[in-house]
Design a protein around this ligand. Structure first.
Ligand code: B12
Ligand code: SF4
Ligand code: SF4
Length: 414
């Protein structure tokens, strides 16, 4: 049979839209004009510990789509929207945890991939040869935003997001690499940011650095709350902890302030992205206590279908401790004292930091008692920094208290 590629490409876009994607375009497979910017970004070390971005093989695969699917001829790029409203009072209430919108429901990898695989199956029935296709959703060494821009879906905002002028940026990108040639869309040419720099001004950690000489938007991922709470495996740099507020998993601030997102985002129609109650602005204490009651394996089992498993139990507890310290309320002391005896030093060290920010004798007592038995050297340093950060003038009173009161949380579940 002779294939009308123009008509087939159009039918594929329409099918993508009717299967729940809000944008769909086809990108050509010629090499990216932006690999140099990518390499420079890596050379500057702005990717931090995300080695999957810097490994030689992964950089070269980004430069060459053919190494991912031989004979790739075109790429379908889709956008799947996930915007959900914040529950009332969140994120202003420092006692509640903020989890980024994309992670409040089920894991998007599965949701988007299933839809892409269905599209590939349908396309296979429309051509005379056997279709070879591969679906990607944040899962491979591919410049996804670059391909989205080349497929006409949007421009690179100064917040580094791929933004569509009518939909904002609260969408996942999904890609279907195809070994058939389909007519591609025009790349998205304009930059709609203009003189706006709301995202740069709002970023609490100064991670967004504006555009470089070539026009590429630059992020220092090492300072981004999303990186610190999800990708970083070790301790969060001390100077950044107070800037994270109550964000315990990911961050949406640079999208929240973007005029295109605030104007055009509408709640998602995808049921899988509806927030699970435990991730929809939960009280920090509840979240920390729940995590403390689970082992690492139990955590992975319990939250198997959620993106939050990427941080692991230790990572998420570390983040919750930082947020409890930023809240700074005495009410947080029992949960933090329980975290101070957690099996994971990463959790104990951040719990110590948090207790050091709480101006209450119970916090001082928990730290003092742990200092006597703590064996991990980094955690010991965190405890002694926390003790010395406590207000000197109050110390005599606290020392006195410590002789008369029990240390809170010593019978904690961890
Ligand atoms: C590593 C990564 C991160 C890192 C680094 C983020 C970053 N900005 O690079 C961290 C952990 C911080 C992160 C955070 C988030 N991420 Co992320 N992340 C990725 C990942 C895996 C790779 C991105 C990457 O390669 N970065 C390196 C930079 C250099 O590459 P780039 O962003 O593509 O930048 C391009 C431009 O600089 C451009 N360029 C170069 N020169 C020039 C010149 C001009 C003139 C222009 C205009 C452009 C230009 O080319 C570069 C290369 O393509 C992608 C998936 C993927 N495989 O692409 C998801 C992805 C980018 N993340 C995504 C999401 C949703 C998020 C978060 C919103 C999650 C959250 N709520 O916490 C935040 C947003 C933070 C932010 N402002 O970026 C979505 C973004 C969707 C969208 N609409 O843009 C993606 C595409 C995943 C997906 N499939 O949906 N992420
Ligand atoms: S996600 Fe948050 S921390 Fe990261 S760049 Fe945006 S505003 Fe800054
Ligand atoms: S907030 Fe302003 S500068 Fe930042 S991405 Fe949106 S439009 Fe561009």
């Amino acid at each position: 049979m002779t294939i009308d590629r123009q008509a087939l490409g159009q039918e594929l876009r329409e099918r993508a839209l009717s299967s729940g994607f809000s944008l769909a375009g086809i990108a050509p497979v010629n090499s990216s004009a932006h690999m140099r910017a990518y390499r420079e970004w890596i050379d500057e070390g702005r990717h931090g510990e995300m080695e999957y971005l810097s490994r030689t093989d992964s950089v070269s695969r980004r430069a060459d789509l053919d190494s991912t699917l031989s004979d790739v001829r075109s790429v379908l790029v889709v956008a799947h929207e996930y915007y959900v409203e914040d529950p009332p009072g969140v994120p202003e209430d420092a006692s509640r945890a903020v989890i980024a919108r994309y992670a409040r429901g089920e894991d998007y990898h599965d949701v988007v991939k299933d839809k892409l695989v269905s599209l590939a199956r349908w396309l296979d029935t429309k051509i005379d040869s056997k279709l070879h296709a591969r679906a990607y959703v944040d899962t491979g060494p591919i410049l996804e935003r670059d391909l989205a821009q080349r497929a006409g879906l949007g421009w690179f905002g100064k917040n580094t997001m791929l933004i569509n002028p009518q939909r904002g940026s609260y969408f996942f990108l999904g890609l279907l690499l195809l070994d058939i040639e389909l007519p591609s869309d025009e790349p998205f040419a304009e930059d709609h940011c203009g003189t706006c720099q709301a995202c740069l001004d709002a970023c609490p950690t100064g991670a967004l650095l504006g555009r470089d000489g070539s026009g590429a938007p630059i992020i220092d991922a090492r300072r981004c709350i999303s990186y610190l709470t999800i990708e970083l495996r070790g301790p969060i740099p001390v100077e950044l902890r107070p800037l994270m507020g109550n964000r315990v998993y990911g961050c949406d601030i640079c999208q929240e302030v973007c005029p295109f997102s605030s104007k055009f985002s509408v709640p998602t129609s995808e049921p899988a992205y509806s927030p699970k109650s435990e991730f929809d602005g939960p009280p920090l204490i509840e979240l920390a206590e729940r995590l403390l009651s689970l082992s690492g394996k139990e955590f992975l089992r319990e939250f198997a279908d959620s993106p939050v498993t990427r941080a692991g139990r230790k990572g998420l507890l570390r983040n919750a401790c930082v947020a409890l310290g930023n809240w700074g309320s005495e009410e947080a002391v029992p949960a933090l004292a329980a975290a101070l005896i957690d099996p994971a030093p990463l959790v104990r060290g951040h719990a110590a930091w948090a207790l050091g920010r709480i101006d209450a004798s119970a916090a001082f007592q928990a730290l003092s008692s742990r200092a006597l038995v703590e064996e991990d050297s980094w955690t010991r340093e965190e405890i002694s920094a926390a003790l010395s950060s406590q207000d000197d003038t109050l110390r005599p009173r606290r020392r006195h208290d410590s002789r008369t009161s029990r240390v809170p949380g010593r019978t904690g579940s961890a």
